[in-house]
Design a protein around this ligand. Structure first.
Ligand code: HEC
Length: 482
C-alpha cells in the first residue's frame, strides 16, 4: 500500500462539500433567472459532469483488477484516480448549482439531482479517507458510491431529456420483466403535446374539442413552455397545463376570467416588444396578432377549461396548413425517355432543380458550348416548358435562337453572357413573364434591347456589364434593389 490520499486533502474536500451543501440549502434553485456569468459557467456542468462519472467507474475497474494476480499492480493507481474523481465531482456539483440557481430551474427532479450530486461528492471523499485504513468499509462505500452515481446521473438525464427517456423505446417483454409501466403515447389524437385532453370532459357522450385545449394551449406550448414548463419555471410560472396556467406565478394569478386587460398574461404579451417585461422574454418570437386575439377571447369568455371550441364565434381562423409551393412546371418524370434522348443527342445536361419532380429542369451546356446553337434549342422545344433555368453562356446561340427561347415559357433564369446576341433578339425575351434573372454581360445588346425588359415586374436581376447600354448601372442597381 503506497499512494495514500493525505488526510489534510480529505479535510479540504470535506470542507468544500459542506460549503456546497450550505449553498444549496441557503440558495436553492427557485425558478428565477440570475447573473449571466453564473449561467455561462453553469452551462459547463453537463460537460464537466462526465469526468467524475468516468473516473468513478475507472476506480471500480482498477480495484477489481486487484482480484487478478497478474493485474494487481493496477490497483495502486486507484487511489490517485479516486482523488481526481472526488475533485472533479466537487467542481461538477459547484457548476451544477450555478446552473440550477441562475438558470431558472426548480422542482423535485432538479432538487433530487442536486442532493444526489452533493452526496456523491461526500461519498467520494469518504472513500478517499477510508481506502487505506478500512478495506471492508471502503469496498462497501465504493459500491454504494457507484449506485448513488447511477441514480444521480439518471435524475440528471431525466432533467435534460425528460422522464421516461431511457425507457420510452424499451421492448414490451423487458418492460414486463422489469415492471416498467407502458410508455405514454406520444401523439395520440385526443391529446396535444402538452398532454392536455383535447376533449371536453364535462360533456360525456357528446365529446367536443375545447377552445382552451385546441386553441389556447398550443400557443403556450409553442411560445412559452420552453421557459414556463416542468424543467424551467421562470417567474415560478408554468404554462403547460390548465391548472398551472390558472395557478399563476411568483406575483400571483395571471388570468382574471372575464377581464383580459386586467390579466397579467395578456398585459405581458401585448407590451411593446422592447419592454423588459414583454413576453416571451429574451427576444423570442412573440405571439401573432391572431394568437393574442385567441388568448384575449379565451379570457373574455371566462377563461374556461371546458368551453367547446365550436361555441366560440369569431375566433381568428387557424393558420391554413402549410401548402406546398405551387409546382413550377409539370412533373418531368413521364418525359424521362425524351430527356435522356436529348441529353445524348445534344451533349447537354438536363438536371432536375430539386428532388421535387415539379420544380423543373436546369439546362447545362458547359461541356458542349461549341455544339450548342440555335438548332439545338429548336430540338429542346418539345420539353421547353420543363426548363426553368437555361445556362447558355459562351454558346453559339444567336438572335435566331432567342426566338425559340422566347417560347420557353417557364424560364426564370437565363444566362446569355458572352454570346453573339443583340437587341433584336433580346426584345423577344420580354414575352417571358416568369423571368427573374437575365445575364446579358458581354453581348451586343444596347438600350433599345432592354427598354422593354426594364418594365417587367418579375425581373429582379439584369446584368449588363460590358455592353453598349448607357443605362446599365442605373438599371442594375434599381433592379437589384427590388
Ligand atoms: C425565454 C424565456 C421566456 C419565454 C419564452 C417566456 N417567458 Fe414569461 N417569463 C420569463 C422570465 C425570466 C420571467 C420572470 C421575470 C419577469 O417577471 O419578467 C417571466 C415571467 C412571466 C410572467 C410573470 C409571472 C409572475 O407571476 O410574475 C408571465 C405572466 C409570463 N412570463 C408569461 C409568459 C407567456 C404568456 C409566454 C409565452 C407567450 C412567456 N412568458 C414566454 C421568461 C420567459
Amino acid at each position: 500500500m503506497t499512494s495514500r490520499t493525505s488526510l489534510p486533502l480529505c479535510g479540504i474536500g470535506l470542507f468544500l462539500v459542506i460549503a456546497l451543501a450550505l449553498a444549496v440549502l441557503k440558495a436553492p434553485p427557485d425558478g428565477l433567472e440570475r447573473g449571466q456569468l453564473s449561467q455561462f459557467l453553469g452551462r459547463f456542468h453537463p460537460l464537466v459532469v462526465h469526468l467524475p462519472i468516468g473516473l468513478v467507474l475507472l476506480v471500480a475497474a482498477l480495484e477489481c483488477a486487484g482480484f487478478f494476480r497478474n493485474r494487481k499492480h493496477l490497483q495502486a493507481s486507484a487511489s490517485f484516480v479516486l482523488t481526481l474523481a472526488a475533485f472533479t465531482a466537487l467542481i461538477a456539483v459547484f457548476l451544477g448549482w450555478l446552473l440550477a440557481r441562475s438558470g431558472g430551474y426548480e422542482g423535485r427532479l432538479v432538487t433530487r439531482h442536486m442532493w444526489g450530486g452533493v452526496s456523491l461528492a461526500a461519498a467520494l471523499i469518504l472513500c478517499c479517507a477510508v481506502r487505506e485504513s478500512n478495506v471492508k468499509l471502503y469496498g462497501t462505500a465504493l459500491f454504494a458510491t457507484v449506485c448513488l452515481m447511477a441514480w444521480t446521473s439518471d435524475q440528471g438525464g431525466k432533467l435534460t431529456h425528460g422522464e421516461g427517456f431511457l425507457t420510452e423505446f424499451m421492448p414490451a417483454k423487458l418492460r414486463a420483466v422489469l415492471g416498467v409501466p407502458p410508455p405514454e403515447k406520444r401523439h395520440t389524437p385526443t391529446t396535444n403535446q402538452v398532454g392536455i385532453s383535447l376533449v371536453s370532459a364535462s360533456t360525456p357522450g357528446n365529446v367536443s374539442v375545447t377552445f382552451f385545449a385546441s386553441r389556447v394551449a398550443p400557443i403556450f406550448q409553442d411560445k412559452c413552455v420552453q421557459c414556463h414548463g416542468a424543467q424551467k419555471k421562470k417567474g415560478k410560472l408554468r404554462l403547460d397545463t390548465f391548472e398551472n396556467v390558472m395557478r399563476g406565478g411568483k406575483d400571483g394569478v395571471i388570468v382574471k376570467p372575464g377581464d383580459p386587460s386586467g390579466s397579467e398574461v395578456f398585459r405581458r404579451i401585448t407590451l411593446p416588444r422592447d419592454n423588459k417585461d414583454a413576453m416571451p422574454a429574451e427576444g423570442k418570437p412573440g405571439p401573432t396578432e391572431a394568437e393574442i386575439k385567441v388568448i384575449e377571447m379565451w379570457i373574455a369568455l371566462g377563461a374556461s377549461q371546458s368551453l367547446a371550441a365550436e361555441e366560440v364565434r369569431g375566433a381568428p381562423p387557424l393558420a391554413p396548413p402549410m401548402t406546398a409551393s405551387p409546382p413550377l412546371t409539370a412533373d418531368y418524370r413521364p418525359r424521362s425517355d425524351k430527356i435522356q434522348a436529348l441529353q445524348s443527342e445534344l451533349g447537354v445536361l438536363l438536371v432536375p432543380r430539386s428532388q421535387n419532380p415539379t420544380d423543373g429542369l436546369i439546362l447545362r451546356t458547359v461541356s458542349v458550348r461549341e455544339r450548342c446553337d440555335d438548332a439545338a434549342l429548336v430540338k429542346l422545344a418539345p420539353i421547353a416548358s420543363l426548363i426553368v433555368d437555361a445556362e447558355l453562356a459562351r454558346t453559339k446561340v444567336t438572335d435566331g435562337g432567342l426566338k425559340t427561347l422566347s417560347t420557353f415559357s417557364n424560364l426564370r433564369s437565363l444566362d446569355l453572357s458572352h454570346t453573339a446576341i443583340t437587341s433584336v433578339g433580346v426584345r423577344l425575351l420580354s414575352r417571358l413573364d416568369k423571368l427573374e434573372t437575365l445575364n446579358l454581360t458581354a453581348t451586343g445588346v444596347d438600350d433599345t434591347g432592354v427598354a422593354l425588359l426594364r418594365h417587367k415586374a418579375r425581373l429582379k436581376r439584369l446584368y449588363l456589364f460590358e455592353t453598349k447600354c448607357t443605362v446599365q448601372s442605373e438599371l442594375q442597381t434599381e433592379k437589384q434593389k427590388r
